[in-house]
Write a protein that binds this ligand. Sequence first.
Ligand code: PLP
Length: 433
Amino acid sequence: YAPLAEIDPEVQNIIDKETWRQFSGLELIASENLTSRATMEANGSILTNKYSEGLPAARYYGGNEYIDELEVLCRKRALEAFNLDPATWGVNVQPYSGSTANFAALTALCQPQDRLMGLGLPDGGHLTHGYYTAKKKMTASSIYFQSLPYAIHPDTHLIDYTALAQQAKIFKPRLVICGASAYPRDWDYGALKKITEKEGAWLMADIAHTSGLVAAQELNDPFQYCDVVTTTTHKTLRGPRAGLIFFRRDTASGNELEKRVNDAVFPACQGGPHNNTIAAVATALLQVAQPSFRVYAKQVIANARTLASDLMEHGYKLQTGGTDNHLVLWDLRPLGLTGSKVEKVCDLLGITINKNAVSGDASAQTPGGIRLGTSALTSRNMLESDIKIVADFLHRAVQLALLLQKEAGSKMLKDFVRVATTEVEGKEGAKKV
Ligand code: PLP
C-alpha cells in the first residue's frame, strides 16, 4: 500500500509534469476535456482488480455482487443522462473506448463484408466509420466491411444529404453511420432516417464528440431516429476514457438488438470489462444529469461561437463560416500555412491544438487546417470574455507562424525554438526573441 511516489518516483514525476502541462497551458483539442476529481478517484479505485466477463447476474466469475450493482447503476444513469425510456432504449456500458464501441456496433449490425457508409475522414468522419485510402484498407471497419464514404458539399461544406441518398440508392448499404470528429455543424437525423428507411439500412449515430451537448439537449436528438447510438465518454461528456453503445429496443424485429449488441461487445470484441472505468463513467453520468451540466454545455457552445466570430473578425477562414457545437475548423490554406506548422508553434507557446484536414485537402498527413474545441477551457470556467483573449493569442500565434515560415532557417527561428523549449531562459533571452 505504499504510494506511487514511493514505489515509482519516475512515473510519479511524469504524472506531475503532465499535470503541470495540462493546467499551465491552454487545452484546445476538441476531443479532450478535464474530467472531475470524483471521476478520477473512481477510475483509480480498487475495482480495477476484479474480473467480471459477462453481464450482471450472468457472469463467468464469482464475487461479482458489487460489480453487478455498479454496472446496473451505470446503465441506469446512462439512460437518465440522455433522457431515455428504459422500455425503448438499452445500453451496454462495457466498451473500452469509442473505437471498440464502434467495432462492436458494426459487428452487431452487419455480417462480415456487408456494406456500410460513413462520412469520409477528409470531410470530418472518423477512422472507425469505414476509412480506407487508395493504397490501403487500414481500419478494421474497411478491412472487414465494404465501405463507401459520403461527403460534405464542396461549396457549403455541409453534409450533402442529396448526394448521400443517391449513393445509398446504388450502393444499398446495410448500415449508414452518421457523426464525426471534425464537423462544426449539427446533423439532420430525420433526413438520414428517410434514406435508411428507403434502402432498408440500419442508422447508427456516433456522437462521440457531441454527446455532452446532446445530453444537455443543446443539439438535435439522434435517439429520435437512430437504431444504435455510440459515444465516447471523455469528450464533451467529460468522463473517463471509455465507450457506450445505446440500442433501440422497439425495432421492427423486437428485442433482437439487445442480444446482438451485448454479444458483440463480449465475447466477440472484448474480454473482461474495466470495472474501475465503469464506476468512473457512472460518476461522470451522475454529473451530466445535474442542472449545472446544462449550464456547462450551453457555455461550451457560446464559447465556440465567440472563438469562431473573433477569428473571422481577424479575417480568417473557417469551414462552414462558424459552428453549432464545441468545435471550429480553421482553414489555413489562404495564408499559405499548414496545420502542422501552426500546431508546432502553438505547442511551443503552451497552446495545445491539432492539425486537421479541411475540405479539399489532398492528404490527411499534411492537412491545411487546425481543429479547435472549447470543452476543456469551459471546464476551467472560461467565459466568452476569456475566449476573446484566447482568440487573440491564436491570432498572434498564426502571425508568428507566418513570420517564422518567412524566416525559415534564420537565427530568429532557432532563438525562438530555443527560448520556447527551454524552461529557464531568463527574461533577457525571451526579450531578444
Ligand atoms: N468516434 C469518433 C467520432 C471520434 O472522434 C473518436 C475519437 O476521437 C472515436 C470514435 C474513437 O474513440 P477512442 O479514441 O476512445 O477509441
